[in-house]
Design a protein around this ligand. Sequence first.
Ligand SMILES: [Fe+2]
Length: 453
Amino acid sequence: MDQTMTQASDKEASVADKLQYMPGFGNDFETETLPGALPQGQNSPQKCNYGLYAEQLSGSPFTAPRGTNERSWLYRIRPSVRHTRRFSNASCPLWKSAPCLDDHSLPLGQLRWGPVPTPDEKLTFLEGVRTMTTAGDALTQTGMAAHVYVFNDDMVDDYLFNADGELLIVPQVGAIRVFTEMGIMDVEPLEIVLIPRGMMFKVLCKGDEKVWRGYICENYGAKFTLPDRGPIGANCLANPRDFKTPVAAFEDKETPCRVHVKWCGKFYVTEIGHSPLDVVAWHGNYAPFKYDLRTFSPVGAILFDHPDPSIFTVLTAPTESAGTANVDFVIFPPRWLVAEHTFRPPWYHRNIMSEFMGLIHGQYDAKEEGFAPGGISLHNMMLPHGPDASGFEKASNAELKPVKLDHTMAFMFETRYPQQVTKYAAELETLQDNYLECWDGLERRFDGTPGIK
Ligand SMILES: [Fe+2]
């Protein structure tokens, strides 16, 4: 379980080239960077080994039922009370929180955007978050925000924790290194990473891209968990062993650092003289993880019809209403299409849930053109959507032999709450004014006479 500890002066070289992870979803993990750093048989010894401080991080109320009770014990160089001094007000002007209403004049509609532009200036991950939509209310821990990020610089001495929700990060261009209190994860496009609510972290660039870009679901509600499989049984979809939690790692750094906090939609900053990523050992089940979307085992129609997209749910954040998600994270991965006498793309649809979609790479099967990798579409509560005219024409006349839908990965943040478009999104230069025209070619075919038209 040993993980090479890191030094601020030699960030890359001192971290083990091949990071280590522990498999499983929601497991009770234990990991230490130094032998004996983790107390055995108890959580809170009178004195901890190496002079470490013991601290609990609670991700659920103490009294949550066993199945949803989450907490971890951290053994660290300083307790967290030393990682936040007096806070100052700060701003992160393009990172918005729900409710965020009426700050633009864009009317209701089905919307689609091209990728966000590449910035000219240096931006870190924290500076590069741009909110596209918000839903629900961060103050009552309901709903979510859908963000894009674009950055090109490391968070070196800047750290963030978000008390408003967990962050599900979906890289689209460029691999990122996420250094959290509980370990380090390298995450590339086609992988996702989840940072629990309240966890300190920073994001670093990996590789030599000009820009690092992706999407974020900030989930204010109940934590993401695996969906029940129902009659699918014990296997397929996202399998627990494919979720990877990092082993412990820490920075031993005694230089000026800033800790940024997002709390009830506002940003604050505090200055300290050391790195807050100082957890030498930990155990528990409240922890970050990453997941490779290529390990998702899709299940689908093998005779006829197009099933609901819920069969592709990777993670779901439930609410008290059974089957009504605060937000689902759904993917549209490579898969075989084999259905007979069936219109194979997604059907035309109106939905009480609100659908925010992104495209990691390739082409989405409901749109022939216009939905580019890095782009976004928004089909809000009860607004109609579905295949464009050319996609309809093609699918209606296709020879229905088995077809591999390959080299594609789209995803959806689907929430029970209507999504409010931010001013940034409403005025973004890549908003496609002509999106509605994609359905213009869907002409009337009905003429009152029977027969296939
Ligand atoms: Fe839909």
